[in-house]
Design a protein around this ligand. Structure first.
Ligand code: SAH
Ligand code: SF4
Length: 428
């Protein structure tokens, strides 16, 4: 999400004559895009700001701005305690950056953290920061209305709003024409996408289908889906189009119905399991990944064991795993006690990670001896003699470089697997 936002910011600034440098020492303006979802993400930013102070000593005209969720959440604290910050700009205020930069240049602290009910940056063509020229993100909605008890997103990114689908399809088509072969449709809860077009309402399955129909050679991914909204109609749309990737990120957060209720997730363990069954039945070969939180308020050892057993049952291919950190202002912070001791949270998180390592290894091992279709993304990070790409199931595949180039599809015979990567050779 933040990469997509940075690309919008780059576009706004490019129109004003700014250009990008990868070297902070050469910059006249440094904008730090921030996330507030977990406490340690914020702590890293405070450390980064301290580290940047020395650049200001070297370049007196350098301006430093904090943008994104942390700007929204902590505007006063940032301006009071971090003298090095000249601009504070929330996620719905990027269009006002040129004016705010001018204000900062005239020696004033510049701030705009107004959240909007409408802003989707639909008309802004993002400047792509990805290096591979093969896969790109497209933001299809902003904000969130779900109010999960632990989550700060609805407070820092505002109410949910969908972007005009015509602009989304046009952006995807332009990317395809420019040589891109994969787009990921992004939103906090993509399956609640909705857009009224006169009498007609366009829902997420309609949008997904419209993007998939641009060209069979364009792979389409999407993230994140909320389990409570993953409908059979969405699964049918995926099943119908081979270029909609066989991978669904469906964050469970916990395997305990009691904890899910406290989290205000809107589904039970049984409902979640039913949705996974539906995915496996309707989209054979579809991989599933999750987000898990260890040590949410009041979580007992039994609740934790339910998380582990759900993971094992679902056989996730991949997971993002976190220990709960209380976020000020959320309903959990207001209503519930953060009562799981830190060392217990950590131990449970480590057990969740160990479980996922086993599951990831098992999922990759199943591919040994199979021939899979890979979209080449570029050189392997480890070896210039190898290329790297991904399967429809989002598994990374590395194979010896031949005459093929990034953006091409190749068939690869899988010979080896680790928990993170498949290795193979081009199939005859
Ligand atoms: N909208 C997406 C993801 C949003 S945030 C969804 O609903 O799935 C990404 C992930 O961060 C969440 O899925 C959750 O696992 C984690 N997260 C959010 N708030 C957290 C908190 N306070 N402590 C620990 N993890 C948190
Ligand atoms: Fe946060 Fe829940 Fe919205 Fe995801 S769905 S962004 S976890 S409130």
């Amino acid at each position: 999400m933040n990469v997509a936002d940075s690309e919008v910011v780059m576009s706004v600034l490019k129109d004003e004559g700014f250009c990008y440098t990868g070297e902070p020492g050469n910059a006249d303006l440094i904008l730090i895009n921030t996330c507030s979802i977990r406490e340690n993400a914020e702590q890293k930013i405070w450390a980064r700001l301290k580290a940047l102070a020395y650049l200001k000593k070297k370049n007196k005209t350098l301006k430093i701005g904090l943008i994104g969720c942390m700007a929204e959440r902590l505007r006063e604290k940032v301006l009071e305690t971090e003298k090095v910050v000249d601009l504070v700009v929330g996620p719905d205020a990027y269009r006002s950056l040129p004016g705010l930069i001018a204000e900062a240049e005239s020696g004033h602290k510049a701030v705009n953290v107004i959240l909007s009910a409408e802003e989707t940056y639909a008309d802004i063509a993002p400047v792509r920061m990805d290096k591979n020229g093969v896969s790109a993100f497209i933001s299809i909605m902003r904000g969130c209305n779900n109010m999960c008890a632990y989550c700060v997103v609805p407070y820092v990114r505002g109410a949910e709003r969908s972007r005009d689908p015509e602009t989304i399809v046009n952006e995807a088509r332009a990317l395809f024409r420019a040589g891109y072969r994969e787009v990921t449709l992004l939103g906090q809860n993509v399956n609640s996408f909705r857009w009224k077009n006169g009498e007609k309402e366009i829902l997420f399955p309609d949008l997904l289908e419209a993007v998939a129909l641009i060209d069979p050679k364009l792979r389409v991914r999407f993230s994140t889906s909320h389990p409570k909204d993953i409908s059979d109609s969405l699964l049918m749309t995926i099943a119908k189009h081979q270029n909609i990737c066989r991978h669904i990120h469906l964050p469970a957060q916990s395997g305990s119905t009691r904890i899910l209720k406290l989290m205000n997730r809107g589904y039970t363990r049984e409902w979640y399991m039913d949705r996974i069954r539906a995915i496996k039945e309707m989209i054979p070969g579809c991989s599933v990944s999750t987000d898990m939180i260890a040590g949410f308020c009041t979580e007992t050892e039994d609740d934790h064991l339910e998380s582990l057993s759900l993971m094992e049952w679902a056989g996730y291919d991949f997971a993002y795993m976190f220990r709960y950190s209380e976020r000020p202002g959320t309903s959990a912070a207001r209503r519930l006690k953060d009562d799981v001791p830190e060392e217990v949270k950590l131990r449970r998180l480590n057990e969740i990670i160990a479980m996922q390592n086993r599951l990831s290894a098992a999922s990759k091992k199943q591919d040994i001896g199979k021939t899979v279709e890979v979209l080449i993304e570029g050189s392997s990070k480890r070896s210039a003699d190898h290329l790297s790409g991904r399967t429809s199931q989002n598994k990374v595949v590395v194979f010896p470089r031949g005459i093929n180039k990034p953006g091409e599809y190749v068939s690869v015979f899988i010979e080896k697997a680790t928990s993170a990567t498949l290795t193979g050779r081009l199939a005859e």
